[in-house]
Design a binder for this molecule. Structure first.
Ligand SMILES: [Zn+2]
Length: 384
């Protein structure tokens, strides 16, 4: 059984690679899922010896040197001329710790603000800066270029994809959120459904009446916020009675299939995709048809930041029922706000191992207090 920790590069380097390797070895961790290309963040860092917080706009933690065209990752300013990914990869070479690239794709507000024409466009034609649209060929090229560059470094045993899909919702959560109308899940989904030129064209090519679908989305969002439709309405059953929007939503799945197949061509390492940032059964909201997407992937990592073992195992079971032919890894949160004691972490680990998880990743080294790292050691002791 393999156990990994998600890690930020600043936490590794502030503490020193050698010290971190010793600590991971002591805990029983054999893999680092390192943030290589990452969204905007302000992190509270309880045990970092240098700083207690780190703020960064969406950044790469490597120096991009591949032949990027329209979109290029912005190397993080704190890093200066250095290449933190390379420093860490070099430092881990020859140790027992394997390296995974934790790779964020479309969630990039820095690039979204610079290129509003490449972001998600709501049915009302607003640009949502937090999310690049994967239907846009320039965005697809950017995602492939990032993967090509990382893959070419031959430093990673695995490359894991986060938000290489259609982001859900309004995007208001990443900054001072101002929403004083109740959208509900359906309203958030429809407001965040992309109607950029590329999404429209893609759906029109599949025979969808795009103008009609857009009009229904706009009317429904307004009905929801005015209370003429209940905000608790289930999006899945709503779509069943609105076939043009349903077809519009489904047209996105083939775009992701092609994108992931192209990613597969580039990535030599094992390739995984984070699943379940929403509920696992709601992956379709991201445009992901889990059964079909499994083909170009080696595994899914089911995000199960749950408070009980049974809830975490249930997520794995749902994923297995939706996509039975692919290996399932799992992500656990051994701390706030999911759990608050060692016994609960042990319960989580036992439950997901029992449910068939092939690998467990914990979130995340620098964000967890030291006592939580002790809880991980205790929880995985019998499996390492
Ligand atoms: Zn779009």
């Amino acid at each position: 059984m393999d156990f990994a920790l998600w890690m930020y590069p600043w936490d590794v380097l502030d503490e020193g690679v050698t010290t971190v390797v010793e600590r991971l070895d002591d805990i029983g961790i054999t893999e680092v899922n390192l943030a290589t290309n990452y969204h905007t963040v302000q992190a509270f860092l309880p045990h970092n010896p240098v700083r207690k917080t780190f703020f960064a706009q969406a950044s790469s933690y490597f120096q991009p040197d591949a032949g990027y065209v329209d979109l290029k990752p912005t190397p993080n300013e704190t890093m200066g001329e250095n290449d933190w990914v390379r420093e860490i990869a070099d430092g881990l070479e020859g140790t027992q710790i394997a390296l995974t690239s934790w790779t964020v794709g479309c969630h990039n507000s820095r690039l979204g603000l610079q290129h509003p024409e490449m972001t998600i466009r709501t049915p009302f034609n607003d640009s949502l800066a937090f999310g690049l649209c994967p239907s846009n060929p320039a965005v697809q090229q950017y995602l492939l270029d990032v993967l090509e560059e990382l893959s070419a470094r031959e430093a990673f045993d695995r490359i894991e994809l986060e938000s290489f899909d259609y982001m859900y919702g309004t995007g208001f959560g990443w900054h001072h959120q101002k929403i004083h109308a109740r959208l509900g899940t359906l309203g958030e989904f429809l407001f965040g459904l992309c109607f950029c030129d590329h999404c429209r064209e893609n759906a029109a090519n599949k025979g969808v009446d795009v103008d009609h679908a857009g009009r229904v989305c706009r009317e429904t969002v307004l009905q929801l916020v005015e209370g003429r439709l209940p905000s608790t309405i289930d999006p899945y059953s709503w779509l069943a009675t609105h076939p043009e929007v349903d077809k519009y939503v489904n047209a996105r799945t083939s775009v992701l299939m092609t994108l992931f197949s192209d990613c597969r061509e580039i990535v030599d390492a094992e390739m995984g995709y984070y699943l379940g940032l929403l509920d696992v059964e709601d992956a379709w909201m991201h445009g992901a048809d889990l059964k079909r997407l499994a083909e170009p992937l080696d595994y899914y990592t089911v995000i199960a930041y749950e408070s009980s073992g049974s809830a975490a195992a249930a997520r794995l079971r749902v994923a297995d029922s939706l996509t039975p032919d692919i290996s399932l890894h799992v992500g656990l949160l051994p701390g706030h706000p999911a759990v608050d004691d060692a016994a609960s972490v042990s319960e989580l680990v036992d439950a997901v191992v029992d449910a068939g998880a092939e690998r467990v990743s914990f979130y995340n080294y620098g964000l967890l207090p030291e006592r939580n790292l002790d809880w991980i050691r205790e929880a995985i002791r019998e499996y390492v």
